[in-house]
Design a protein around this ligand. Structure first.
Ligand SMILES: *Cc1c(COP(=O)(O)O)cnc(C)c1O
Length: 390
């Protein structure tokens, strides 16, 4: 008998890797109602608290009135509305790039960019901790695909020495499960030395890093020559949905011609783009959100290290607590939940074997009291669990 799904599921369960979806009965917020319980949440990517911001919500409603509900067709047929176009122009200006292309999701942006830029006879080199969508795209592209050691320009250099054809170096900007920053100045210099292009997926940097929230390239002051392909997503700090690719005029035209996940899909609802114009404005102008986040990050890191917890090397709102064992990560998550705190355990294959963690994320919507509550709950939960002796 083929398709023995029940034993696959049972295996996953016994390895403590079974996933379940918390059912949210409220808007996305740090005060979430999940499975009927009111919880203080530390696990969304709504870093700036814009996913339920009244002005963004109002813009979405106005967008529906003005543009209707559906995209109706792909961009190349008749789905490219004025709302989409205006957002692309605003994103180009925001990123300081000649043009930007709006995509329906970050997964599709990465799939589209990589498969349009490299193919058979080319090379794609990726940080081994890159997001799944980048790794999947690398495999699908048909290019020679190799992963270099995490954030290691020397390991990249060795691989560049053996590369052939057009060579694309791809990295997360902020690593999504660890919160650390890609060492882009070194990576870009190394790539440039070998005439390779650099593509950065800054899903978690936009809104959080840089003086105006323009992400890791603003943080390091990197221009178009350093990072010719820049990807951002709109479902995280922007609080809406979709993604974009920013770069040269020629890059964007190439993607419009050749990026299949752009060509063969319906455009996102134009009202979403209309709302994103508003969230972009709030993200840029309200720098107090980034300043408040920085204070919360410092407070959390000081408190967690005082508790003896293992923090990662992260200056961002992603503050994972490394646990190691998947079962223990689940127990901690369950214990926190009993104390009114929601943090889902992140386990393999999302993270490497033996590195299960509680991926704590902070939001500008949190208060300093919320952080204090989290630290207290962590202390109590840890005290209630048996010591690990492995
Ligand atoms: C979330 C994420 C994506 C996917 O973006 P979606 O818009 O959610 O599809 C891509 N890359 C990274 C690094 C991400 O964290």
């Amino acid at each position: 008998m083929s398709f023995d799904l029940s034993s696959r599921l049972a295996e996953r369960r016994s390895a403590h890797l079974y996933r379940q979806r918390p059912l949210l009965a409220s808007p996305q917020s740090v005060h979430a109602v999940v499975d009927g319980q009111s919880l203080l949440a530390f696990c969304s990517n709504d870093y700036l608290g814009l996913a339920n911001h009244p002005q963004v919500a109002e813009a979405m409603i106005e967008g529906v009135r003005r543009w209707g509900t559906g995209g109706g067709a792909s961009h190349l047929v008749v789905g490219h509305s004025g709302a989409h176009h205006q957002l692309e122009e605003a994103l180009a200006e925001f990123t300081g790039r000649p043009r930007a292309l709006l995509m329906s999701s970050g997964y599709m942006a990465n799939m589209g960019a990589i498969t349009a830029l490299v193919g058979q006879g080319d090379t794609v080199l990726q940080d081994r901790l890159n997001h799944a969508s980048l790794l999947d795209a690398g495999l699908l592209s048909g290019a020679r695909f190799s992963r270099y050691l995490h954030n290691d320009a020397q390991s990249l250099q060795q691989r560049l020495g053996k590369a052939s054809g057009n060579t694309l170096v791809v990295s997360d900007g902020v690593f999504s499960m660890d919160g650390d920053l890609a060492k882009l100045p070194e990576i870009c210099a190394t790539a440039r030395h070998h005439d390779a292009w650099v593509m950065v997926d800054d899903a978690h940097g936009f809104g959080c890093l840089g003086a105006t929230g323009a992400g890791i390239v603003e943080h390091y002051g990197l221009g178009l020559e350093d990072v010719p392909v820049l990807v951002g997503t709109l479902g995280k700090a922007f609080g809406t949905a979709g993604a974009f690719i920013a770069g040269s005029e020629e890059l964007i035209e190439t993607l419009i011609q050749f990026a299949r996940p752009y060509i063969y899909t319906t455009s996102q609802p134009p009202a979403v783009a209309w709302a994103t114009l508003k969230s972009l404005q709030l993200l840029r102008d309200e720098s107090w959100r980034r300043e408040h986040l920085a204070r919360l990050i410092a407070q959390f890191r000081a408190g967690a290290s005082a508790l003896g917890l293992q923090l990662m090397d992260s200056p961002t709102p992603i503050q994972p607590l490394l646990i190691g064992d998947s079962q223990r990560a689940l127990q901690l998550s369950a214990g926190l939940r009993q104390r009114g705190i929601l943090i889902t355990a992140i386990r393999p294959p999302t993270v490497p074997q033996g590195t299960a963690r509680l991926r704590v994320t902070l939001s500008a919507e949190h208060s300093e009291d919320d952080i204090a509550r989290l630290l207290e709950a962590l202390q109590q939960t840890l005290a209630s669990l048996p010591e690990m002796n492995t």
